[in-house]
Design a protein around this ligand. Structure first.
Ligand SMILES: [Zn+2]
Length: 515
């Protein structure tokens, strides 16, 4: 095989290799950089000598100021046996770079970093006569779209879906132009941030008329907790992103292999595509030189065991791992057959914090309808009066009384319906009694539906899309929920001739959403 080939050929070659054997991805970049003990002046280089903010620790800037160093790390990982290396761009998005006052450099840093990884990949491919790939790393950003960081206001958000989309779009554009073979949104602790990344990538692909394979990787940050930081289980998260055209899905970083095992097993059982895993070298310990305790000989046997279990398609290391770890991991999984993607039934799969699967034998599904201003005079009065605390209490009462899905409708002439939808969804997203169930967004106004979709971490339902503005607009809009994950339940006729189907039910109502 030619070693330096067109992107489409490289994508196909990767798929072939994934069917043949377990593919190796590299280890940590941060650990390699940390070992250099660089000072502020090293990060600044000549160009940023007078930058007004502290730049020590701005690892991604090294693509511009210490390019040879970054390229040498990529080469070391390839030489240790990695098939794929990740670009040094984990924080190179406008949201995170704003902390250094460098948000204007997003495109430039990603372009430069991707080119460095590409150079290393092509050099090693030529020398060792084997294919090599570059994955563009897109981190979770320093902010979370589905949780409040303001103790006084659970509905507050530091960042919106639209801001994240714009930020990821620019990053992905730089990575693609720099020649990456894959895009890898990783270390996702908030599925809404991840959905924004996937939405941005798909928009970029559509705008530019080109694609590369996408891998998505999530993380768990609390020991022994089967939920991600923002509340979702593995299956709920998978349901939220399963619509995206992914080559693979996986888990990375987290708290080392021990804690990750059960999550990975669950994911590999339900994901009908390739599965990746690259854990940290154990639990973080700031007193250790690399910050992490697990040595190559600690980690490799665990991953080797998972390979033998048939859980893995792509494996490597995250924080605290080095080329020595990657060499040991590659040795440990050599000869093990790659995982065969799971076969799954084509059921309707929704989620809030928890997954909700509608199977043929599922009985009627209860949809809580009291959080609907057109159907509940009491809820309407509360929202109009701005009493969101009591409005949230209505939602809580619906779920604790058995609603499996929560219908939310803010279509009221006296109300800023978009703002009310966003406020209410953001508030219930933080409620442990309410957030586990999927949301059904209900509005005759497209702008309200869209505003609602941008708040949902889970996979919700769009109650209906109006045909009032004609079939073409309807079709366009019917695609949008899919891009940001929700299902359309049905089309609503232009003149709403049928009575509101669920409004007459006293507490909850029943419906079988279409799949
Ligand atoms: Zn990590």
């Amino acid at each position: 095989m030619t070693t330096v080939s067109r992107p489409a050929d490289r994508a196909q070659a990767l798929v072939r290799l994934l069917r043949e054997r377990i593919v190796i991805i590299d280890g940590a970049m941060g650990t390699m950089i940390q070992a250099q003990r660089l000072g502020d002046a090293d990060f600044r280089g000549e160009r940023f000598r007078d930058h007004p903010r502290d730049l020590k620790g701005n690892n991604d800037l090294l693509a511009l100021t210490q390019p040879a160093l970054i390229e040498s790390f990529h080469r070391q990982y390839f030489e240790a046996g990695a098939d794929i290396v990740e670009t040094n761009t984990f924080n190179s998005n406008a949201v995170s770079l704003a902390d250094y006052g460098m948000e204007a450099l997003v495109y430039e840093i990603n372009l430069a970093a991707a080119r460095l990884a590409r150079q290393a990949a092509d050099a090693v491919a030529g020398k060792e006569k084997r294919p090599t790939w570059v994955a563009g790393s897109l981190g979770p950003t320093s902010r979370t779209a589905s949780m409040s960081r303001d103790v006084g206001d659970p509905g507050a958000r530091q960042v919106t879906f639209d801001q994240l989309v714009a930020s990821y779009y620019e990053q992905a554009r730089g990575l693609l132009d720099g020649g990456v073979d894959l895009l890898l949104p990783e270390t996702a602790f908030d599925t809404l941030n991840l959905k924004a990344a996937l939405f941005a990538i798909q928009k970029l692909f559509a705008d530019q008329g080109r694609t590369v394979p996408i891998l998505a990787s999530i993380t768990f940050t609390q020991v022994g907790n089967d939920r991600m930081l923002t509340g979702q289980t593995v299956e709920a998260c998978w349901n939220s992103i399963a619509h995206a055209p992914l080559l693979g899905v996986g888990i990375n970083c987290s708290l080392g292999p021990e804690d990750m095992g059960p999550h990975l097993d669950e994911l590999q059982r339900i994901a009908p595509l390739f599965v990746s895993c690259y854990p940290n070298a154990g639990l973080p310990d700031p007193l250790l030189p690399t910050g992490f305790p697990a040595t190559p000989s600690d980690m490799a046997p665990v991953l080797g065991e998972w390979a033998k279990n048939g859980w893995l398609n792509i494996v490597g290391g995250c924080c605290g791992t080095t080329p020595e770890h990657i060499r040991a991991i590659a040795d440990a999984v050599r000869g093990a057959a790659p995982r065969v993607p799971a076969k799954v039934e084509p059921y309707t799969r929704l989620s809030g914090w928890d997954a909700l699967t509608l199977r043929p034998d599922t009985n009627f599904v209860n949809v809580g309808e009291r959080t609907n201003v057109t159907g509940s005079p009491r809820f309407s009065k509360l929202v109009l009066a701005g009493d969101y605390e009591q409005a949230v209490a209505v939602a809580r009462q619906q779920v604790t009384s058995g609603a499996q899905i929560l219908d939310v409708n803010m279509d009221e002439g006296m109300l800023d319906s978009e703002a009310a939808m966003v406020r209410f969804l953001n508030l219930i997203a933080a409620e442990p009694d309410i957030a586990p169930v999927p949301v059904m967004i209900d509005s005759s106004k497209w702008s309200v539906i869209e505003a609602g979709l941008k708040c949902l971490q889970g996979k919700g339902i769009v109650n209906s899309i109006s045909l009032k503005e004609g079939e073409a607009a309807f079709r366009e809009r019917a695609k949008a929920p899919r891009a940001s994950t929700a299902r359309s339940r049905s089309a609503r006729a232009p003149t709403r001739s049928s009575p509101r189907r669920w409004a007459s039910h006293p507490r909850t109502s029943s419906s079988t959403p279409t799949s």
